[in-house]
Design a protein around this ligand. Sequence first.
Ligand SMILES: [Zn+2]
Ligand SMILES: [Zn+2]
Length: 160
Amino acid sequence: MSAVSEFLSHLKTLSIVFFTLLLLEIIILIRSVTGLSSKPDKRQISTTQYLKVIEEKNPTTRYTRRLTAEAAECRVCLSEFEEGEKIRDLQCKHTFHKDCLDRWLQQGWATCPLCRTKVLPDDVVDNYHRMQNQVEYDGSDEEVIFLLSALHGYSSHRFF
Ligand SMILES: [Zn+2]
Ligand SMILES: [Zn+2]
C-alpha cells in the first residue's frame, strides 16, 4: 500500500514538473512568435540586435596574408592575425579580431580602440546600454531558459 501511494505521489510530482515545463515551453514559443511579429522596440536593443548592428556596419571578413603585405596584429589582444581568422575592418581602416572588437564594443566604448573613431551611431549605443542597465527583471529569455534547464536537471536527477 505504501509503495503504491509513494508511486502515486511520485507520479503527481512528475506530472507537476511536466506541466511546468510544458507551460514554460509554451511561454517561450509564444514569446518567439510575438517577438517576430511585433515591431522591435526602438528604445531597447538586446545584445543580439546590438551585435547585428555591428555586423551591418562592419561586416565580418576573413584575414588573408595575401591581402596585407605587412604582418598585422589585433591591438586589442596584441596577437598577430592568423590566416582565416574572423576579423572586422573598421571605416578608419583599423582591423581587429571580430570577437575582440565585439567584446570591446559591448563594454561601452563604441569607438575604434585605436583612433577613437565612432563605430556605431550614438543612439544605438545609448539604447543598448539602457537595456543593459535594466536589471535582470523584464523576464529575459535567459532567465526562463535557466529555470527550464534547472527543472530539467532536477527532474532527471530526481526521477529518471
Ligand atoms: Zn584580438
Ligand atoms: Zn581606428
